[in-house]
Design a protein around this ligand. Structure first.
Ligand code: SAH
Length: 204
């Protein structure tokens, strides 16, 4: 997966590549999908949600430019795979998911793998996690109509926020950077994510 799908497409960050090579992706997909876990595509994880294609997980992780000391917030725990990748390259990861059955399953895998720096919660992630802010980095793994304002406020300075923004079919993966009180935004890639549903996301 690392050699064939990630390096040739421009994933160069050593920490991202090491994490992608270490975390057992097959544990995060349903039993019937395990043989396909390392393929170059997203897979269903139940409740109508998906685990992203390995390249997209790596691209988003690399865009956060983590050094190892960071407090990170993830919105959309899903299978827990992205949180597991982040847990390898930051100090602590806080992850929020709105569907409780997914959180329960992800927590079991985190325990089994002894990933003790992942803190998870069932809630609407579009309002963030104010008690634990500011965050050095924020990653949203579902697509919304705009960048939720609470997340911009809960991002530290310096800080990086990555989120798919667009309509319900296609989005642009955006990187928002806060530095010296200034905010800049740029587009990384065209992507397709499941909907970010909540107060500052889609309403349905
Ligand atoms: N990071 C996940 C990707 C899961 S897909 C992984 O590695 O598997 C996106 C997830 O975002 C879905 O599980 C969906 O239920 C969740 N989601 C959508 N809107 C949300 C919200 N407002 N708050 C928290 N989670 C949300």
């Amino acid at each position: 997966m690392v050699e064939e799908q990630l390096i040739p497409r421009g994933i160069y960050d050593p920490a991202t590549l090491a994490a992608m090579g270490t975390v057992p992706r097959h544990l995060f997909v349903e039993d019937a999908m395990q043989a396909r876990a390392y393929g170059d595509y997203p897979l269903p994880i139940g409740s109508g949600q998906t685990i992203s294609q390995p390249f997209i997980v790596a691209l988003m992780t690399q865009a956060l430019d983590l050094q190892g000391y960071e407090q990170v917030l993830e919105i959309g725990t899903g299978s827990g795979y992205q949180a597991a990748i982040l847990s390898q390259i930051c100090e602590r990861i806080y992850t929020i998911e709105r569907i409780d059955s997914l959180v329960g399953r992800a927590r079991k895998i985190f325990d089994r793998l002894h990933y003790h720096n992942i803190v998870s919660r069932i809630d609407d992630g579009t309002i963030g996690w104010p008690d634990k802010s500011p965050f050095d980095a924020i990653l949203v793994t579902a697509g919304g109509p705009k960048i939720p304002q609470p997340l911009i406020e809960q991002l530290g300075d310096p800080g990086r926020l990555v989120i798919p923004v667009g309509n319900q079919l296609v989005q642009e993966l955006q990187l928002l950077e806060k530095k010296d009180g200034e905010i800049s935004t740029r587009t990384i890639e065209q992507v397709r994510f499941v909907n970010l549903i909540g107060t500052h996301g889609w309403q349905n």
